[in-house]
Design a protein around this ligand. Sequence first.
Ligand code: AMP
Ligand code: MN
Ligand code: MN
Ligand code: MN
Length: 295
Amino acid sequence: MEQPVMEQESSTIEHKIYDLHSHTNASDGQLTPEQLVERAIEMGVSVLAITDHDSTDGIAPAREYINQQNYELQLISGVEISTLWENIEIHIVGLNMDITHPALVTLLKSQSESRYIRGQEMGRRLAKSGIENAWEGACALADGGQVTRGHFAQFLINTGVASDFPKVFKKYLAKGKIGYVPPTWCTIEESIRAIQAAGGQAVIAHPARYGLSNKWLKRLVEHFKSVNGDAMEVAQCQQAPNERQYLAQLALEHSLKASLGSDFHRPCSWIELGRKMWLPADVTPVWQDWSQGIA
Ligand code: AMP
Ligand code: MN
Ligand code: MN
Ligand code: MN
């Protein structure tokens, strides 16, 4: 439940605001780790996971800043790993991991190489259709962070090729469009293994955003459970009516824990850190076994 910041101070654990999915400029988020921390504090978030695409580089600077400022915010080391399942791109969030664990570091390095190769090829394909320098432009916007389609989208908007994110994806970057390159991500199972080797929990990110029918969504959840997945995201700030309850039911049926997160990328009026971040009463929260001050 959303609570005014004043009441957070004396609240018990169930009144804390958790937001376990957010991005910094270590991938396609707009804010630096320090700015994201500031915003989480402003929004009254108590527990924040930074979950950049295939990168954990935002976490150390955020942690350092929290310590420097003496903030109460509990930071969870996270990541959002791109995977391929049945030729569909599925995002797996890892939470509460040792980000120095070799299995995780090795997997993220390989994912990062896949991003690099894919990005170059996207640049070549866009150039063939008359859009020059998209790879260089995307790299410049990523500024050393993971290069994502979000950066390509921003480049295409900045250069006047398209007017907004939904349009640029629909026309150039979505599956099957001229700038789309089939990726070579790891499997769901590989992502889970690396996350769990690093002591973390593996979570299906935004299950309702893959455009799957109920039958396919169930198949995904069954597969995830069969390869030892831990949890699925059940709550976001923007959801269709009944979606939260439907996802909670799926989690319960498959004995998965439940997570929640805004997937915050940049300040905008419809997605905010910590907003509407509550779980239905009957699910088991992914943080159930976390003790204070972990990783
Ligand atoms: P990538 O992991 O490089 O394929 O980039 C995926 C990212 O692009 C997602 O995490 C979103 O931030 C963004 N994205 C994907 N599809 C859309 C869309 N239709 N509209 C806006 N942003 C999108
Ligand atoms: Mn993104
Ligand atoms: Mn995602
Ligand atoms: Mn995300």
